[in-house]
Design a protein around this ligand. Structure first.
Ligand SMILES: NC(=O)c1ccc[n+]([C@@H]2O[C@H](COP(=O)([O-])OP(=O)(O)OC[C@H]3O[C@@H](n4cnc5c(N)ncnc54)[C@H](OP(=O)(O)O)[C@@H]3O)[C@@H](O)[C@H]2O)c1
Length: 183
């Protein structure tokens, strides 16, 4: 599959590496933007407050299947939207999903070491299912459907619970799998 990743950091760069290893053709897009008209799927993996700016520099994204992996850290979704994913959908008008926002990028290289296949939540449009589930399975996750795109706000907020667990009682568990500065 031809995939474009917008944001070349831990998530965008990390998933790009894994997808390339799985045989996909990946284009990495940074702040300079690009035309992604060729892509069959687009991943958005920029800071949660930078989604509008990032999409401003991406041409050819209309009607594309887009996976939004962003989390809102100390910022709100764009005005008028309850989630970044719904904002993305309003900009692209194509099949849209929220996924890869709950799992830690620091653990991408260790997915295969897990005793059982790690799950990865996704919610979004039915038309995105084939692409999202394949791109999850191709990096070693078992995709778990979490409902329509209206649930994206809940999935974005779920991140706050995960972070609370890291800082709270589950800290020791997470520290065993990765040092806190890598999560
Ligand atoms: N790290 C995780 O474990 C994790 C897990 C799940 C979800 N997330 C979420 O996924 C997103 C990316 O996280 P990350 O850890 O990959 O962050 P990161 O390592 O800081 O990477 C963010 C990337 O976005 C780029 N960027 C910033 N503004 C941009 C713009 N306007 N246009 C295009 N690219 C832009 C940055 O470019 P520069 O290098 O030029 O600044 C950088 O390459 C965030 O929303 C984060 O909350 C992170």
């Amino acid at each position: 599959m031809k995939v474009a990743v917008v944001g070349r950091g831990n998530v965008g760069g990390g998933l790009a590496d894994l997808w390339e290893r799985a045989g996909h053709e990946v284009t990495r897009v940074g702040r300079e933007g690009a035309d992604v008209a060729d892509a069959e799927a687009v991943l958005v993996a920029v800071p949660g407050g930078a989604v509008a700016e990032a999409l401003d520099n991406v041409q050819g994204i209309e009607q594309k299947t887009v996976i939004d992996a962003t989390n809102l850290v100390g910022v709100d979704p764009p005005e008028g939207f309850s989630s970044n994913a719904e904002f993305v959908k309003a900009r692209t008008n194509g099949p849209t999903a929220k996924s890869f926002n709950i799992n830690f990028a620091a653990l991408y290289d260790r997915i295969g070491e897990a005793g059982s296949t790690p799950s990865n939540l996704w919610c979004g449009d039915e038309e995105a299912r084939g692409v999202v589930e394949q791109l999850n399975r191709d990096v070693g996750y078992e995709p778990v459907y979490a409902g329509p795109l209206e649930n994206a706000a809940a999935q974005e907020n779920f991140f706050k619970l995960v972070f609370g667990m890291v800082q709270g009682g589950m800290g020791a568990f997470f520290y065993r799998i990765a040092p806190p500065d890598q999560l």
